[in-house]
Every structure is written in C-alpha cells, then in structure tokens.
Design a protein around this ligand. Sequence first.
Ligand code: NAP
Length: 327
Amino acid sequence: MAINKTRVAVIGSGPAGLTSALYTSRGQYDTVVFVGKLLGGQISTTHEVENFPGFPDGTTGPELVEAMRAQAEKFGTKYVYDIVTEVDFSKGSPFYIKTDGGEEWLADAVIVTIGANPRELHVPGEKEYVGRGVSYCATCDGFFFRGKEIIVVGGGDSALQESLFLTKFASKVTVVHRRDELRAGVSLQERAFKDPKIDFIWDTVVEEIKSDANGVVTSATLRNVKTNEAYDKPVDGVFIFIGYDPNSDVFNGQLATDAAGYVLIDQLYRTNVEGVFAAGEIHDSVFRQAITAAGDGCAAALTTIKWLQDREDQLQPLDNVMVEAGD
Ligand code: NAP
C-alpha cells in the first residue's frame, strides 16, 4: 500500500492546530490535520468562552472549534480523525506518521500542536460536573463564581496564583492541600496567607464532588489524611490545579523537551528537528489560553511556510495519495 503524502501535517486540532492549518492551506500548501481524541482539544469541553476576541456576546467551545475547522477546510485543509501513534523524525523530511486507524503518511513539514492536559483527581463527580462547578481554568470560569464559595485543590504555584485571581470573583477561596506544606514559591505563599479571602485546609484530599438534582455542584467530600476524618464541605465550585501533563509521549526520544515533557522550541517555533515545528500548550506551560495557542499556531505556520518556500526545488510531487482523507 502506498503511503499518503502531504506537504504539511498538523498533529492536533485545538486552536493552535486549526490556526496553523488555516495559514498553511491558505498559503497553498496541502495540509492534513490529525485530529486526535477530540476535535478542538480542551476548548471543546469549555461551555462558555467569553474571552476569545471577536465574540462580544461570547461563544461556546464547540462553536469556536467548528468555526475554526470549517475556516481551515475552506482553504483545503483535510482532516484525519485518528490518533497519531507513531512518528519517525530521525531521517529528516519527509517525516513518517502512523495513526491508530492504520493510516501511514509522509509529510514534508510537521507542526506539533497536541497540547497538554490538566491532571485530574479521578474522584467521583469530577468528570460529571465539569462546566457545572468543576473547573481546571480560573481565567475561563472564574467570572461565573461571583459572590460564591469555592475550593481550590493543589499546593503549587498554579493553585496559589489562580486562588489569588479567583478572589476577584469568589466570596471565599479555600485551598485544599494534601500536605501541611506548600510547594508554591515563597512570594506567592506570602500573598496568599495575607489575603483575607483565602483560607487553607491542610493534609486533606477531595474524595467526591456532589451536586444538586440539576447537576450543579453543591459540596465536596473532604478527608483529612492524618486523622482519617471525612466530611462534606458545602461549595459552589471546585477548581483543580494539581499540575499539567504535556501530550509529548509519542515524540519521546525524537523531540527535545524540558524535564516536565514540554517540547522545546526557539523564537521561530522550530523544534530540535529541522522541518518540525511546535505550537500551543505542547510547549507553553505558562499562558494556556485559546487565543495564545491560536497566535502560536499562526506563527508556527508562517515559519513552516517560509521553510517550505526555501526548499521548493527539493519537494517531491504529491502523486500517490491512495486514501481519501476525511471522516
Ligand atoms: P506542580 O508544581 O506540580 O504542583 C502540583 C500541586 O498539586 C502540588 O502541590 C501537589 O502536591 C498537588 N497534587 C498533585 N497531584 C495531586 C493529587 N492527585 N491530589 C491532590 N493534590 C495533588 O504544578 P503547578 O502548580 O501547575 O506548576 C507547574 C509548573 O509551572 C511549576 O514548575 C510551577 O513553578 C510553574 N508555574 C509557575 C507559576 C509562577 O511562576 N507564577 C505559576 C504557575 C505555574 P504535593 O505538593 O504534595 O506534591
């Protein structure tokens, strides 16, 4: 079976991936997006999006993703609704890509945009009530908790920074940490300890998140790990900041990453492999916004286009595509 070919493979379909694809396909380079588990990635699971510019009345994650998908498609982007299970970047361009659907591709350039996932607690109620009181993003959801009581789970920099941010909205923020010592930096700790709206519950884990009949969060079951005492704490929201995991496993040994697994890029979004670029949360552990990911995707695509233009005379014809891309 002949291998499918494309000029540009975009691995991942969040705002970074779909924006990359829009730019490369509009730049007249055949582009295939490998969608992954969920078209749109994390933003697809966000109900209300109020901070993506251009939508004065807000939009929803799924609507935003569908608009981005259709816009890239209009310029010729094709979609493969598979998960990439294997890549070979070792021989240089064209790069080999294989999917869980058994498709094999060669791409002259690759833009890696498969993001990172917030770590989950894996307790009952957590998955069920995302968007109804459970959140992994203070910037996205804090606004919906004006005057409400929330807990923040975690003891690192994210937990404290987001707790401080959430005091703008919530009437009370209680940080629930599994130890009696924070991992966060000293200055964040000092600010959080001084804040009259922030309280701490130490040596405590969340065992369950409960809701009312409408599926809206009303309480969390907490357990003190030293005394083993368990009790229900009434809360309107549970914000979980216990770290993030970049989805870089499939590139192990091929792309350089930092100790946490974030792909390393230079100012022009180039990875350590010439012809492979990265954008969005797969490299960004700081901003994590749909709009910054989209901006990243645009920048990575512009570098990709320039890189392809510079080697136009070496590009082979895309003549033996055997499988129709699409869903
Ligand atoms: P992190 O530093 O890995 O901290 C995760 C926190 O969650 C830890 O306190 C950990 O507890 C707790 N935790 C982990 N798994 C848990 C579980 N299953 N149940 C309950 N608690 C759990 O993650 P992060 O705060 O997201 O920070 C990630 C990186 O970004 C860090 O390098 C951080 O410095 C950086 N960052 C920096 C800033 C800043 O500079 N302002 C802001 C945000 C993030 P233990 O402490 O007991 O392990």
